[in-house]
Design a protein around this ligand. Structure first.
Ligand code: FES
Ligand SMILES: [Fe+2]
Length: 382
């Protein structure tokens, strides 16, 4: 799992002046808003004796641990230890990691890593124009939990151009399964491709959309783009020159084996709100169809070598996805899952935060082991 990346930790509407728990990259975090409404994210584990801060409360913009009432400010510094009484100076080591937060597209994005602000990649804002044009685009939002699915395996599925013919009833066409080989255009952290897919027979379509699609439709033009930043994807489906649907998704690894997806679908047809339930039903059905395939794929994690699978030319986008994930890991860092698996479950670990980078000494919890990092580089507790 990648560090130094932005992840959707929650919907904006879920985070208030009460603590909210979010699990990402196999670790727990607490989110809350201060009196000005700004959202904050801290490690969830109290440095005293491990209380879960998400079960505590917010006192004057500080999160108070439910166990013995230690309070932490938005930067993660402990400001109050009730058992020591008033007027004592709090040791610097009584602190926890605090992470940068951005609120965009109605989501709380947390930067899980210690990179300086100037080095943090930009969150892809591809979907913003669709949210800002209500006369042209009708937007619905969704979330979906892909239990038992690793985030790279899910990304391989979403970028896979050959599977719809077999997996998706509403838009796949089994009679024309040949995948056109099209150029893949790489971007800084991802890639983009455009192709024509055989449209399914109209009889396969149900509901209101079946009534507006032309009977002689031959293809759907699909533009697919992904970025490792925020693990984001955008899919433009041009069913005709006038009928277009756009899907934007973000993927947050809850841990190596479970992935939460948040996103939107925009459409420029059937704009009336009464069509929303049918569109959402179709979207979630497609997610379930993918889920029912990918959770049974073996091995659960993408093999390290391509020789462990029989890959063909039409798997190009999936291979690009894997390579872009590896490039991001080399540039920004990734959790060493084998080293984590060797740790005792009793070992508390945290993602390194920007303050830890600036001031590395004097922390209670250790940071997660990172790929390629010499063990001495994994900051030890002291
Ligand atoms: S465990 Fe948090 S205050 Fe004691
Ligand atoms: Fe799919």
């Amino acid at each position: 799992m990648l560090i130094n990346n932005w992840y959707v930790a929650a919907r904006s509407s879920e985070v208030s002046n009460k603590p909210f728990g979010s699990r990402m990259l196999g670790l727990d975090f607490v989110l809350f808003r201060d009196a000005d409404g700004k959202a904050h994210c801290l490690s969830d584990v109290c440095c005293h004796r491990g209380g879960a801060l998400q079960h505590g409360q917010i006192n004057n913009d500080h999160v108070a641990c439910p166990y013995h009432g230690w309070e932490f400010n938005t930067g993660g510094a402990c400001t109050k230890i009730p058992a020591m009484g008033d007027g004592v100076s709090i040791p610097k080591r009584a602190r926890i990691d605090s992470y940068p937060v951005e609120e965009r597209l109605g989501f709380i994005w947390v930067f899980l890593g210690d990179a300086d602000e100037k080095d943090r990649p930009e969150i892809p804002m591809w979907f913003e124009p669709f949210l800002n044009a209500p006369d042209t685009w009708r937007v619905i939002s969704y979330d979906y939990l892909y239990s038992d699915v690793n985030w790279v395996r899910l990304g391989e599925n979403s970028t896979d151009t050959a599977h719809p013919s077999f997996v998706h009833k509403a838009f796949g066409n089994r009679m024309s399964p040949k995948a056109n080989i099209v150029p893949i255009q790489e971007t800084a952290y991802g890639a983009r491709t455009v192709r024509e897919r055989a449209a399914p027979p109209l009889a396969q379509k149900t509901g209101a959309i079946a009534k507006i699609l032309p009977t002689d439709r031959k293809t759907t033009r699909v533009t697919l783009e992904f970025s490792m930043v925020g693990i984001t994807e955008m899919l433009y489906q041009e069913m005709t020159t006038e009928i277009t649907q756009v899907l934007f998704s973000t993927r947050t690894p809850i841990d190596e084996y479970n992935t939460k997806s948040y996103g939107f679908q925009a459409r420029n047809f059937l704009m009336e709100p009464e069509h929303d339930p049918e569109r959402l039903k179709g979207l979630l059905q497609a997610a379930r169809e993918d889920h029912d395939i990918v959770r049974f794929v073996k091995p659960k994690l993408t093999p390290k070598s391509t020789t462990e699978e029989f890959l063909i030319e039409s798997d190009g986008m999936e291979l690009t996805y894997r390579r872009k994930a590896q490039e991001y890991a080399r540039k920004f860092g990734a959790i060493d899952r084998d080293a984590v698996a060797r740790q005792t479950p009793n070992q508390i670990m945290v993602i390194p935060s920007p303050l830890r980078k600036a001031d590395p000494k004097g922390w209670v919890h250790k940071t997660v082991p990172l790929e390629g990092a010499a063990s001495s580089e994994v900051m030890a507790a002291e």
